[in-house]
Write a protein that binds this ligand. Structure first.
Ligand code: TRP
Length: 351
């Protein structure tokens, strides 16, 4: 089992319920590998000092959330140089066209060019490709952004991972990984790479809504709580969450912003607390301010210990160094074997 998190900042609160908490639960039962994708973060040309700080934060949050480096392998992507070499090799079997049609590429390329997303179906592939290739602007879309899916496929294939828990937005990348694995196997007439699948945790997927009334909690949406938010900041954000004018008649349906608050409450609070507010909503006695106060305190009960552990871990440089050194050693053992095999299969052979 392998999963990576791009080093672009702190974990949104949603990542805890959607990913970290689940990872902690399965680390006893699977050969789990978690890594910080710092090379992927380079695709958006981050500030170097900021990138390093982000890598440390992501690492500290993995550990603080309860991932145990004795049980799971935790490593930094760039500590495994075999990944970079195999990225070059695999790119020889990846089409520019298929990469350009990837939804995440279109999204990020538009951002890089300062274009807004077209209304559904309004733009042809050709029009988009013209914009990307076009010389009409001094902005550019870097090649790393285009080959992002190759690098992700290599992360997975070099470890021969079979289970890859990813969010919905990453399913297309996983599909490409399977396609590249099949293509490699069939081109060279080998049965070398297994085809990885999404890890099924069972149960319904957890969708953690944002605080601004619509959509999910995400870093880019300005609706986001972070796992390491200071209590004062977190309370303020929750108190500012979008609501409505309140139920006008008993048992009214809920508006989306209010339903979202209840979803958050269900994730964090005790069942009797949730029931209390549901009843209050049903009989119109609810005060959203009370609900938010309760919600903020219950979230803090979960996040306070994590935030404190993050601070301790970040202060312990020698511990962090030990964790990533051990992790890199284990990840490299597998990666170097795969790279040896791949070079041999492709005909890069010694004398
Ligand atoms: N692209 C993933 C994301 O943005 C991060 C990632 C990189 C990843 N390599 C991976 C996830 C390999 C799973 C497996 O969320």
């Amino acid at each position: 089992m392998l999963s990576g998190i791009r080093a672009t900042g702190q974990h949104p609160h949603g990542k805890y319920y959607g990913a970290l908490r689940k990872f902690v639960k399965i680390q006893d039962d699977y050969d789990c590998n978690f890594f910080v994708a710092d090379l992927h973060a380079l695709t958006t040309n981050p500030d170097p000092a900021q990138l390093h700080a982000n890598v440390k934060n992501v690492l500290a949050e993995y550990l603080a959330a309860g991932i145990d480096p004795e049980k799971a392998t935790i490593f930094i992507q760039s500590d495994v140089p075999e990944i970079s070499e195999m990225y070059l090799l695999l790119n020889m079997h990846v089409g520019i066209g298929e990469l350009m049609r990837t939804a995440s590429f279109k999204d990020k390329a538009r951002k890089a060019l300062g274009l807004s997303a077209p209304a559904d179906g309004e733009e042809s592939d050709e029009a988009f490709e013209c914009e990307v290739i076009g010389a009409s602007t001094n902005k550019r879309v870097n090649a790393g952004l285009l080959t992002y899916p190759t690098l992700m496929a290599v992360d997975i294939l070099i470890q021969k991972a079979s289970k890859v828990p990813v969010g919905k937005d990453q399913l297309q990348h996983l599909e490409l990984t399977r396609r590249f694995a099949r293509r490699f196997n069939s081109f060279y007439g080998v049965d070398y790479f297994p085809e990885p699948t999404d890890f099924d945790f069972g149960g319904a997927p957890v969708k953690v809504p944002g605080l601004d009334g619509s959509g999910k909690m995400g870093k880019s949406e300005g609706n986001c709580l972070y796992l390491v938010d200071d209590p004062k900041v977190l309370r303020k954000k929750v108190m500012r969450a979008t609501t409505d004018e309140g139920p006008q008649a008993p048992n009214s349906p809920m508006s989306e912003p209010v339903a979202n608050l209840f979803t958050l409450l269900e994730l964090t609070s005790a069942p009797d607390v949730v029931q209390h507010f549901r009843d209050a909503y049903a009989d119109c006695s609810i005060r959203y301010g009370d609900l938010k106060k309760q919600l903020a305190e219950d979230i803090l009960t979960v996040t306070n210990p994590i935030r404190e552990r993050v601070a301790d871990i970040l202060a312990d440089e020698s511990y962090l160094r030990r964790v990533v050194r051990d992790g890199a050693e284990r990840a490299r053992a597998r990666a170097s074997q795969t790279l040896r095999d791949v070079r041999e299969i492709m005909g890069i052979r010694g004398f």
